[in-house]
Design a protein around this ligand. Structure first.
Ligand code: ZN
Ligand code: FE
Length: 241
């Protein structure tokens, strides 16, 4: 059996993600935007939540930690560098650590920028990465705590992964990111194709997540920035867009 992933909308534009190993029965929710919805979706799938894996401390990623832990007694894993801001955290992880879900293993990457302790979870064997609010389809996270050079380092790191790696971003921001991205690269054919496909999906109320590393390398202005300085300029222009 492959690693099973279930994705569903939460709050106004977040995604909830459940990952499940059928052999061990272990199930993790990546972040906790909405405790009630996450527990309903797990129940509907017939999966019992055993873990919460947090990417960063923002409320739309940790707000359901306490309710889920209280209800189900799950183990909460989260970023070492902002552990004091993660409600109910049991296990702290950072760069070089690995977390297990049954027979599957995810490597932890430090991706500081959006927040200083932000981490990503990479199932290298399955070519799947959960990037939280670091990388978005056609965008990147706002620099609330970190710097353009930190974000550029994260972009380069993601760009080095296999092109077919599926990227699970935590928000459906694609069309608003697209409106800005065309102002950066109005003549990039891959970007124009990407936007056409994304619009068609959204018209049918389908998600544009997951994306892939290859698609982002071809079309995402932040992945394509080329330098920390240029990424900083593009990020500032997006903030004012
Ligand atoms: Zn965030
Ligand atoms: Fe968020």
């Amino acid at each position: 059996m492959p690693l099973l992933i279930k994705m569903f909308p939460c709050l106004s534009d977040n995604y909830g993600f459940l990952v499940h190993d059928s052999e061990s029965g272990q199930t993790a929710t990546i972040d906790t935007p909405d405790a009630g919805e996450i527990m309903r979706q797990a129940e509907r799938a017939g999966w019992t939540l055993t873990h919460i894996w947090n990417t960063h401390h923002h409320w739309d990623h940790t707000g359901g930690n306490a309710a889920i832990k209280d209800a189900l007694g799950v183990t909460i894993i989260g970023p070492k560098a902002e552990a004091e801001k993660i409600p109910g955290i049991d296990v702290t992880v950072g760069e070089g650590d690995a977390v297990r879900l049954g027979k599957y293993e995810a490597k932890v990457y430090d991706t500081p920028a959006h927040t200083l302790g932000h981490i990503a979870y990479h199932f290298a064997g399955e070519r799947v990465i959960f990037v939280g609010d670091t990388l978005f389809a056609l965008g990147c996270g706002r620099l609330f705590e970190g710097t353009p050079s930190q974000m550029w380092a994260a972009m380069q790191r993601f760009a080095a992964l296999p092109a077919d790696t599926k990227v699970y971003c935590a928000h459906e921001y694609t069309l608003s990111n697209a409106a800005f991205a065309v102002t950066v690269e109005p003549d990039n054919p891959d970007l124009l194709d990407y936007i056409k496909t994304a619009k068609a999906k959204r018209d049918k109320n389908e998600p544009t997540v997951p994306t892939t590393i290859g698609a982002e390398i071809a079309a995402n202005p932040f992945m394509r920035a080329g330098s920390a300085e240029r990424l900083g300029e593009i990020r500032a222009a997006k903030d004012a867009f």
